[in-house]
Design a protein around this ligand. Structure first.
Ligand code: AMP
Ligand code: MG
Length: 410
């Protein structure tokens, strides 16, 4: 058996980042920027007012109240050319409008009162230079690196890109990831099961996980435990996808064909026995440069294997930098005894992680067998239990939060 770390390093070393492409900015949320974005323009582009009010010279307001002559009105979007504020004058101004020449401050409308039907204005406060003025370039200056390469673009970034008029960006594309299930026992859909048959669940869960994790999932169907059929399916995936997830066929059985086929057609196929429970068996190889992740068939094992081994590598393929591949491990308190047996492996228990008074707690999501998928459906995390017999109530335990954190009630 090898450690999880060793298996991860082996896999990550053999997965290459996809070549960058140019994408419309608005289609790029969730992808990783491949080249820094540099601003050509300042944001805001000009000095402007943060308030509806009056633009004036702060020095005029030293001893309030002051009555000033109103010499113009500036709406947002209006060109301020030709409007100037001199001593004793003010300009009515709306939020976002350019500050007129001569003015150095804005007094908000709530602190003013029109005089002579608006020809003059009474200012009730003392303004300081710069009050309610947003300076040109306070958000972004021309030449600034606005977003660094390696950044995962968020919806907010798309707003930032729009603010500087950048309509396309160089990003690493979302990896196209094929997913297929193997197993003669597997069937699809509602048809009644014949003796020995089982419904394929892995492909459906993995497909949805891939999408939820921001990859382009491709359903490559169900493949028989037949060497030629498995080889054809893997070759097809290598020709049409950026990575492939298979499930089943990587254990010690007589018909574990994924392992056998990868040994034949993959460069550097490695079959691993990883010191973790669940998800001990795992096969990895590259076919035509396309990484193939041979996940185990047991439903819980395949999903844990995806989470711990495939997901970080697919993130690397999609351009995420080394510090952004693995989920963080957080410290939680066991809300009940979390038990395991000593076996030389690290156990990943499926748990419900809740926030209780600002502290994370973890309790079992239910049955911990690698075939008990329904219990895993309740889980939003994995508790990492080193070899031994687990932790008692109140003990510290590391958790990996894989779903939405929930507040604890009752
Ligand atoms: P294998 O790794 O192919 O030996 O499969 C291990 C166990 O997982 C067996 O009990 C299989 O029936 C089961 N299994 C394999 N693939 C799937 C699948 N796609 N959906 C549900 N169960 C599966
Ligand atoms: Mg099988």
């Amino acid at each position: 058996m090898i450690s999880l770390d060793e298996a991860r390093v082996h896999v990550l070393d053999r997965v290459d980042v996809l070549p960058p492409v140019v994408r419309a900015s608005d289609e790029a949320a969730g992808t990783v920027l491949a080249a820094p974005v540099v601003a050509a323009d300042a944001v805001p582009p000009f000095d402007n007012t943060a308030m509806d009010g009056y633009a004036l010279q702060a020095a005029d307001t030293a001893e309030p109240p002051t009555v000033l002559e109103v010499v113009g009105t500036l709406a947002a979007g209006a060109d301020p050319a030709g409007i100037e504020v001199r001593a004793g004058q003010a300009v009515r101004i709306m939020t976002g409008a350019a500050l007129p020449a001569g003015a150095d401050a804005v007094v908000m409308v709530e602190a003013t009162e029109p005089v002579d039907g608006g020809a003059r204005v009474r200012i009730g406060v003392t303004a300081r230079p710069g009050d309610h003025v947003r300076r040109a370039g306070e958000d972004i200056r021309p030449g600034d690196v606005v977003i660094d390469a390696g950044t995962t673009l968020t919806p907010v970034h798309l707003g930032v890109l729009a603010s500087i008029g950048v309509r396309s960006v160089q990003v690493v594309p979302r990896p196209r990831v094929g997913v297929l299930s193997t197993g003669d026992e597997l069937v699809e859909g509602e048809t009644p099961l014949r003796p020995g048959q089982l419904r394929d669940s892995n492909r459906h869960a993995l497909y949805a996980l891939l999408r939820a994790d921001g990859f382009d999932a491709v359903d490559l169907g169900l493949v028989r435990d037949d060497r030629d059929a498995v080889a054809a399916a893997i070759r097809h995936a290598a020709a049409t996808c950026d990575a492939l997830l298979t499930s089943g066929g990587v254990s010690m059985g007589d018909f574990d064909e994924v392992k056998a086929v990868l040994a034949e057609i993959a460069d550097d196929m490695r079959w691993m026995q990883i010191a973790i429970r669940p998800a001990k068996p795992f096969a990895f190889g590259t076919v035509e440069g396309v990484p193939v992740f041979g996940l185990p068939g047991n439903p819980v094992s395949s999903l844990v294997s995806y989470e711990l081994l495939a997901r970080p590598a697919l993130r690397k393929r999609g351009g995420h930098p080394p510090h952004d591949l693995h989920r963080p491990r957080l410290r939680a308190t066991a809300a009940e005894p979390l038990r395991r047996r000593p076996d030389g492996k690290v156990a990943f228990l499926r748990v419900i992680v809740e926030v209780d008074g600002g502290v994370l707690t973890a309790r079992s999501a239910g049955g911990q067998g690698s075939h008990q998928l329904a219990a895993m459906g309740n889980a939003n995390g994995l508790a990492v239990l080193p070899d031994g017999d687990g932790v008692d109530t109140g003990g510290d335990v590391e958790v990996i939060v894989t779903g939405e954190l929930r507040a604890r009630y009752g």
